[in-house]
Design a protein around this ligand. Structure first.
Ligand SMILES: Cc1cc2nc3c(=O)[nH]c(=O)nc-3n(C[C@H](O)[C@H](O)[C@H](O)COP(=O)(O)OP(=O)(O)OC[C@H]3O[C@@H](n4cnc5c(N)ncnc54)[C@H](O)[C@@H]3O)c2cc1C
Length: 331
């Protein structure tokens, strides 16, 4: 059994976050002959961990689950472990710019560590907001784990033809999610606003426009409070309302948006954050400064945290671009 990895004082590259993007960045750094430190909180904090089946991953025609794909990527990273140190579970808590590059701070094995690196890659991902039922977020997990409730229209829209779908959420994000779904041919779409009035807090004229678009698309809404989920045995999404009644749908869909977009570290480094909360980069994934839009030297952002598409092929592509750019200009 391998022991704990040994830390060096400095590396060529430090990568914060080891989901699909961070693991791809670590592998690329190792293959290009660089030393790298990859700091990851753990796969279960990654977005795809509860994706039971992904159909757009080349090489897996029968689909593959998110955590199996992570296992494959971790196994690939182990092939370059003489150069790339992978510490997990470890929590990145700081990244500061120095004369020679960056110093990263993280908690690992109950100690605070600091290492320096010539360049840094932010790959912290984003975290989906979960519905809160009786003060808990767990009740939805069994349905999410079986792909009965989906979180990503680009990933799972193709599973919706002919299905009745409930969209969770009350705001503009939820309405826009519901309005996107008819493209995939569901039998019906209904918004479940979970005790909030539909479009509560959305300013005019957007509120009126969204309301009209929902009506035109035949999308209904139900504003009753939800007290529980059922239907797992039937592989359906059944929703128990506060008045005791049950609404049955084939599938659920989250229109709740993000709980955390991990903007604290990039913001502290002066990164530009867009209106949706994503880190703004150029096409080489260099983080742009909020002040003047110039690239912050040696700082990259890849995967879901970066402004772009929240998809695994995009996570991989951005990781490749970032590390190849660092190879050409900083390492
Ligand atoms: C239910 C669901 C289904 C999906 N299905 C598909 C699909 O079919 N096809 C597809 O292409 N995409 C799919 N996606 C999207 C895909 O999961 C994401 O695009 C992908 O995970 C992004 O990779 P990432 O590395 O940027 O972020 P993540 O995979 O979320 O990884 C982020 C990593 O950063 C770590 N981290 C966070 N904060 C810290 C910290 N402070 N210190 C250390 N580490 C930290 C986390 O532990 C995690 O490992 C799906 C997403 C969901 C939620």
């Amino acid at each position: 059994m391998p022991g704990f990895p040994r830390l060096q004082e400095s590396y060529d590259l430090v990568i914060l976050g080891g989901g699909h993007a961070g693991l791809a960045a670590g592998l690329k750094a190792g293959l290009l002959g660089y030393s790298a430190l990859l700091v990851d909180r753990g796969p279960k904090y990654g977005r795809s961990y509860y994706a039971p089946r992904m159909d757009n991953i080349p090489g897996f025609p029968a689909g593959i689950s998110g955590h199996k794909l992570l296992d494959h990527q971790i196994a690939a990273l182990r092939q370059v472990e003489s150069r790339v140190t992978y510490v997990t579970p470890a929590l990145a808590t700081g990244l500061v710019r120095t004369e020679r590059g960056y110093t990263a701070r993280f908690e690992w094995l109950r100690q605070t560590h600091e290492v320096s690196a010539r360049a840094a890659v932010l790959a912290l991902g984003v975290v989906d907001r979960m519905p809160v039922i009786g003060g808990e977020i767990d009740p939805i997990f069994p349905w999410a784990n079986q792909g009965i409730v989906d979180f990503c229209i680009l990933c799972d829209g193709h599973t919706l033809p002919g299905k009745s779908v409930a969209v969770l959420g009350h705001d503009a994000t939820a309405a826009l999610t519901a309005l996107d779904l008819p493209h995939f041919g569901p039998r019906s779409v209904e918004l479940l606003t979970m005790g909030r009035p539909l479009l509560d807090g959305v300013a005019e004229p957007e509120k009126g426009e969204l309301g009209a678009a929902l009506r035109a698309a035949g999308i209904t809404s139900c504003d009753a409070e939800i007290v529980g989920f059922e239907g797992l045995r039937e592989k359906e999404f059944h929703v128990r309302l506060a008045d005791g009644s049950l609404r049955r749908y084939d599938k659920g869909f989250s229109g709740l948006g993000w709980y955390d977009q991990h903007a604290a570290l990039p913001r502290a480094l002066g990164a530009r954050i867009d209106a949706e909360g994503y880190v703004v980069t150029d096409e080489d994934c260099r983080v742009l400064a909020d002040e003047d839009g110039a690239a912050i030297p040696g700082l990259y952002c890849v995967g879901d945290l970066r402004n772009g598409w929240n998809q695994i092929p995009e996570a991989w592509a951005t990781a490749e671009r970032a590390v190849i750019h660092a190879y050409a200009y900083y390492l």
